[in-house]
Design a protein around this ligand. Structure first.
Ligand code: DQA
Length: 149
């Protein structure tokens, strides 16, 4: 059985492609999901891909990943900068976590420079566009030690 990786996306990422394309690009979340599925197949991972605008749903997805998933990729979007509750949920997850931000948050407003999630993440990928998700899966496969096939 291939290891399961859960890919989580926070608020407003459902509007990817339409929302501030000069910052986030023109690719939609469906494009990102398709790319993640293609990369996951190549790496021998199974992925579950979710987006929610609701903090409690992200927390529920993290709880449901416990005991089942080998790793988590998370772009918490604006919750990155606000949510102790998501940090607490991630702290209950035993496997590696990779945090992804499409934009370079460090080049942007000061309130985006702090992340509650980075303290629990094994790695953080920032400013690599939507390609950051593929990088995150590649890193997770190393950390999990999954073998293809
Ligand atoms: C983001 C950066 C956050 O500051 C912002 O609130 C987002 C997206 C990114 O992917 O660059 O919604 O996480």
């Amino acid at each position: 059985m291939s290891p399961i990786v859960v890919v989580l996306n926070g608020p407003n990422l459902n509007l990817l492609g339409k929302r501030e394309p000069e910052i986030y690009g023109r690719e939609t979340l469906a494009d990102v999901e398709a790319d993640c599925r293609r990369v996951a197949r190549e790496l021998g991972l199974q992925i579950e891909f979710h987006q929610s605008n609701r903090e409690y749903e992200i927390i529920d997805f993290i709880h449901s990943a416990r005991e089942r998933a080998a790793g988590i990729v998370i772009n918490p979007a604006a919750f990155t900068h606000t949510s102790v509750a998501i940090l607490d949920a991630l702290n209950t997850f035993a496997g590696p976590i990779i945090e992804v931000h499409i934009s370079n948050v460090h080049k942007r407003e000061a309130f985006r420079h702090h992340s509650y999630v980075s303290g629990v993440a094994s790695g953080v990928i920032v400013g690599c566009g939507t390609q950051g998700y593929a990088f995150a899966l590649q890193r997770l496969v190393k950390l999990i030690g999954a073998k293809k096939g």
